[in-house]
Structures are given as structure tokens and as C-alpha cells.
Design a protein around this ligand. Structure first.
Ligand code: DX5
Ligand code: ZN
Length: 221
């Protein structure tokens, strides 16, 4: 299965965001991963709708993989869709999601976006499995969400493999399996072997002396 590389711009030089995004796409990244943080669901604040809107105007052809680490993503689905999001991923643990996950997925799709569902490292994989038929992407966090540049949690490999086994068993090959956090040249092969199809990478790309070489290595997996 071919691997897609989603570049997390959290580690980019945000004063030059459009240029940095152009660079990473030219270097071979398949899409842009936009980490939205509200200071509630995670202990950090990043950027939101206005930044996506400007970026989308500057780079209208890029695919925007938007990771919503916020308490109430359904309330913002329309605004992110209008700003240019292609895929909106929400967290199963978020207060505005956990009580009616399918309603949030429907709200995202009603805006014309694809819908992803993510779990934090401490959430058992079994909690995600009932929703696999309902979503376009399952995201396994391989670090505690909130910050770029953290070390990959090794247990994530087993978690990815468990979701992959279930997707295969149910014939859900249209559902992407994404991993996010600490993905680099060393950990990417482990994720690919475990069945991940979309790899998010931030610091390992933007801090690399040779970004195209890192991306080529990941695509070769
Ligand atoms: C963490 C974010 C990640 C992060 C990845 O909360 O969801 O997307 O930016 O950064 P690296 O690749 O540096 O771990
Ligand atoms: Zn992310």
C-alpha cells in the first residue's frame, strides 16, 4: 500500500508559512497537516480558521488535512470547510464528540469534508473500532497531542497494527490509517509495517537538512 506523507506545519517557520508550505510540497509532501489547538482539549494554542483561509488562498491546490484538537469541533466544521479544509479529524475524547460521535461525523460530511477520528495514546483502541465504518480516516496519536517535536511512543506500533487488522477484517480499504507524532526516518518504517497509510511528520521534515531526501525515504517504504 502506498504511503502518503502529510506535513505538519506546526514545526514550520510560521512567519513565512506559505513559503514553507510551498517548500515542503515541492520537496514531495502529499498534503499539509494543520494542527488546530484551543488551549482546552490540549494545553497549547496554535492557529485556526483565518490562518487556514489565508493559506488556502495562497496555495489553493494543496490538500488540507486538518487535525482539530479542540473541545467542540462540530461548532467549527462549517468555518473550517469554508476556509478550505478537505479533511477534518476530531478526537473521540473531546467533550463535543464523545457523546455522539456519529452526529459529529455527519456534521463534517454535511459541509463537504471527509471525516477523521483520532484517539490519544491513553485511549484504548477498542473505543475507536465501533466507528470504522462511519469514517474516512482513523488517526492514532503516537505522542500526547499538543506539541511538535516529541518522541514517538513505541506502543503506537501495536495500536496501529490492531486497527489495521480490524480494517482488513472488515474490508475497509477505503479508510486511511494515519499516525501522528514523532514520525521520522527511524519510526516511519515501523508505522508502515504496522499498516499505517498516512504518516504525519513535522519536526523531522522542517528541521531536516535535506527535506526531499527524508520524504523520498518515507515514500519508498
Ligand atoms: C501534535 C500534533 C502533531 C505534531 C507532529 O499535537 O498533532 O501533528 O505537530 O509533530 P512532530 O512530527 O514533530 O512530532
Ligand atoms: Zn496533528
Amino acid at each position: 500500500m502506498s504511503i502518503k506523507l502529510s506535513a505538519s506545519v506546526l514545526s514550520a517557520d510560521l512567519a513565512n508559512l506559505a513559503t514553507q508550505c510551498r517548500t515542503v510540497l515541492d520537496a514531495g509532501a502529499d498534503m499539509l497537516h494543520i494542527d488546530v489547538m484551543d488551549g482546552h482539549f490540549v494545553p497549547n494554542i496554535s492557529y485556526g480558521v483565518p490562518v487556514l483561509q489565508c493559506l488556502h488562498r495562497a496555495l489553493p491546490d494543496a490538500y488540507y488535512d486538518v487535525h482539530l484538537m479542540i473541545d467542540d469541533p462540530a461548532a467549527f466544521a462549517a468555518a473550517f470547510a469554508k476556509a478550505g479544509a478537505d479533511l477534518l479529524t476530531v478526537h473521540l475524547e473531546a467533550p463535543g464528540v464523545r457523546d455522539d460521535v456519529r452526529a459529529v461525523v455527519r456534521a463534517i460530511r454535511a459541509q463537504g469534508c471527509r471525516a477523521g477520528l483520532s484517539i490519544r495514546p491513553a485511549t484504548p483502541v477498542e473505543e475507536l473500532l465501533p466507528y470504522l465504518e462511519d469514517i474516512d480516516l482513523a488517526l492514532i496519536m503516537s505522542v500526547e497531542p499538543g506539541f511538535g517535536g516529541q518522541a514517538f511512543l513505541p506502543e503506537s506500533v501495536r495500536r496501529l497494527a490492531a486497527v489495521r487488522a480490524e480494517l482488513d477484517r472488515r474490508g475497509l480499504d477505503r479508510v486511511a490509517l494515519e499516525v501522528d507524532g514523532g514520525v521520522n526516518r527511524t519510526t516511519a518504517p515501523l508505522c508502515a509495517q504496522a499498516g499505517a497509510t498516512w504518516l504525519v511528520a513535522g519536526s523531522s521534515l522542517f528541521n531536516a537538512p535535506d527535506m526531499p531526501a527524508v520524504i523520498a525515504d518515507i515514500h519508498a517504504l
